[in-house]
Design a protein around this ligand. Structure first.
Ligand code: TRP
Ligand code: SF4
Length: 342
């Protein structure tokens, strides 16, 4: 009985908190914007949640431990893009993982109770090891990546974690770790978090592969003017459409997917019809897209210009966010140490 009511109380207290993080990859591209960031901003602006968003800089080192030179700058660059996209430090808590040392302490304690087998069977672990052959990822830290992620999430007793499908195994692992902790130490210290799935529109890079910094095919949030126009002009379209007079198939055209996001429904259906009967050419279609993206990104670029020329404000925003996160983390760790009796 007692356990139940404590659980309920905890849940009510934290039911409105959500948390998510991104590794500091530097400037963000439109895939990041539509895949995650826009959703973060919407959750913030719904006014229903207490949002915590953080730069997962320790996570970056799990794979990039050989080249850490730009981690700090990349984090700052990323926060500029967050603010430009509309994250508001008055509404959301924006912080940096490595500034909150409690994450490391909780990670250590969780690592004591996490069976190796749970980590070894993690699909992301296996995939990344197979893919990133340029680096030796048979390290302790890389295997423990999801344990650190669990610490990030449960430190703030987040009820919901907005993520893409690729992160589901990590959230599931977090849930198992929470249950194990609460059971072992006979106290409902932690909340079992729910994934809040972000539905990701399928945006590919200019070459038709997944949009990624490492493929050099990304359209960045910061791209505008000539740079943007040239990138859009170079985009792959329907490969069957060789000549202007050939009819095209918008369903298999990446440019058309972008129109779906940026153009008015009316324009989208006009292009859809016109492309199929070769009434519109790809050059014109791409020009329309470039100007729509430019228009939609204008307020974002305006904020980007502001923050880029007011860098000290970024440090202040991060310092204030770190402070708020630290307050929560300190209280959680007091409970954790009491439960573990250490
Ligand atoms: N693993 C996440 C990613 O690669 C980043 C991350 C780290 C995260 N800690 C988190 C996401 C906690 C959500 C919650 O995208
Ligand atoms: Fe794609 Fe537009 Fe060309 Fe049709 S006209 S193939 S939608 S770029």
């Amino acid at each position: 009985m007692m356990r139940r009511s404590i659980l309920k109380g905890e849940w009510l207290l934290s039911s409105k908190r959500i948390l998510s993080g991104m590794r500091p990859t530097g400037k963000l591209h439109l895939g990041n914007l539509h895949g995650a960031l826009t959703n973060w901003v919407d959750l913030q602006n719904s006014g229903q949640y207490d949002c915590f968003y953080f730069v997962a800089d320790w996570h970056a080192i799990t794979s990039d431990y050989e080249s850490t030179d730009s981690i700090r700058d990349n984090g700052i660059q990323m926060v500029i893009d967050w603010l430009s996209a509309g994250l508001d430090p008055q509404k959301s808590t924006l912080f940096v993982q490595s500034a909150i040392k409690e994450h490391a302490e909780l990670f250590l304690l969780l690592s004591m109770i996490t069976p190796l087998a749970w980590l070894q069977r993690n699909p992301t672990y296996k995939e990344m090891q197979a893919e990133l052959t340029s680096r030796d990822l048979s390290t302790f830290g890389f295997l423990g990546y999801p344990v650190l992620q669990a610490a990030d999430i449960i430190m703030y007793k987040a009820y919901g974690v907005p993520v893409g499908v690729d992160q589901l195994p990590h959230i599931e692992l977090t849930r198992e770790i929470v249950r194990r902790f609460n059971y072992l130490y006979q106290k409902e210290v932690f909340v079992v978090p729910e994934p809040l799935l972000t539905s990701v529109p399928k945006l590919l890079g200019v070459d038709g592969r997944k949009m990624s910094k490492s493929y050099d095919n990304a359209i960045y949030m910061s791209d505008r003017g000539k740079v943007l126009q040239t990138k859009i002009a170079s985009m792959f379209t329907d490969p069957q459409r060789m000549r202007r007079t050939d009819p095209g198939d918008p369903d298999i055209c990446n440019v058309f997917s972008f129109h779906g996001l940026y153009s008015a429904p009316q324009t989208v259906s006009e292009i859809n019809a016109a492309c199929r009967v070769a009434e519109i050419g790809c050059i014109e279609c791409k020009k329309k897209l470039a100007s729509r993206i430019e228009e939609a990104m204008a307020p974002i670029h305006e904020r980007m210009d502001y923050y880029t020329s007011h860098l000290p404000e970024i440090s202040d925003i991060i310092a204030a966010g770190n402070q708020k996160a630290a307050d929560v983390a300190r209280r959680t760790m007091e409970e954790v140490r009491a439960a573990v009796k250490i």
